[in-house]
Design a protein around this ligand. Structure first.
Ligand code: PXL
Length: 278
């Protein structure tokens, strides 16, 4: 059985980060360990008055204990991280748990639609850049890609050459694979372009563009992609599974945006995901 560890916050209500990653990769048949970096009453994307309990001080202790019992992981996956200190500790975790065969997967969660999520800054983006240097795979959206490169966000009107060039520049940060999400060359389709800097291959996969904003789809995408890669699907198939599942979750939420504005109804789609990976 494959085993991964997901390092990110737990937003107790709101369907994102660990409450998305844990059920998704478990349903894919992967033993999923977690390091909760913080406990929030809700995510920060549209709620006010949320609580935030920082768990940074547990990260090194958990890491030491796991080392002492010789735990190993097929992938170490990170998502939303809340402070410079957390990035530093996760970076040390990478050093301690990297093996010749496993994958370090960083979703550099910082913002969307050209804007930072609450609490993030350009200084944080510089620290996240350092973490991405150690990763095997990074999964930025267009906003995060611009922040990592220190460039202006370009949200529309770009062409394939622009994205390919951006992918090459992102790969120079250090990871073998870059997967850029939220790419759209026309109003009818949206998807992902990726680049493997070792083989110099580009790959793209697009699906129907569904208008509107659906919170936490980045977390659904990244945990599904990590799960598919760990299960041994190649990059092309993994991206297809992750995009198709994310779109499936969005489709199930259409018509329920009022009650479900805070996250997609991924639970109803888990049986579809199990079918997709058969
Ligand atoms: O979905 C990314 C995410 C994760 N965790 C927390 C968030 C967000 C995005 O807003 O607020 C706490």
């Amino acid at each position: 059985m494959k085993r991964i560890v997901s390092i990110q916050d737990i937003s107790c209500f709101g369907k994102c980060s660990l409450t998305v990653a844990l059920p998704i990769t478990s349903a894919m048949g992967i033993e999923t360990c977690v390091i909760p970096t913080a406990v929030l009453s809700t995510h920060t994307g549209g709620f006010t008055g949320y609580t935030y309990r920082d768990l940074t001080c547990d990260i090194a202790d958990i890491s030491r204990h796991w080392k002492s019992i010789n735990l190993e992981f097929d992938a170490v996956c990170t998502g939303y991280l809340g402070s410079f200190e957390q990035i530093k500790l996760v970076s040390e975790f990478f050093d301690n748990f990297k093996t010749d065969n496993n994958l370090l997967i960083v979703d550099p969660v910082m913002g969307d639609k050209g804007k930072f999520y609450a609490g993030f800054t350009n200084e944080f983006a510089s620290e996240m850049h350092k973490l991405c240097q150690k990763a095997d795979v990074i999964l930025p959206n267009l906003t995060e890609a611009a922040l990592l490169l220190g460039e202006e966000y370009v949200g529309s009107g770009y062409d394939e050459d622009f994205i390919k060039d951006m992918l090459i520049r992102l790969s120079k940060i250090g990871s073998k694979i870059v997967v850029l999400t939220g790419v759209s060359f026309n109003e009818n389709s949206q998807g992902v372009m990726s680049y493997n800097s070792e083989t110099k291959e580009f790959f793209s996969y697009f699906s129907d563009n569904i208008p509107g904003y659906y919170h936490s789809t980045g977390d659904v995408f990244s945990s599904t992609l990590a799960g598919a890669l760990v299960k041994g699907f190649d990059m092309g198939k993994s991206v297809k599974i992750a995009v198709d599942f994310t779109v499936d979750c969005i489709r199930h939420t259409i018509g329920y945006e009022k009650e479900h504005w805070y996250g997609v109804k991924f639970e109803e789609c888990i049986p579809d995901l199990i079918e997709m990976i058969k």
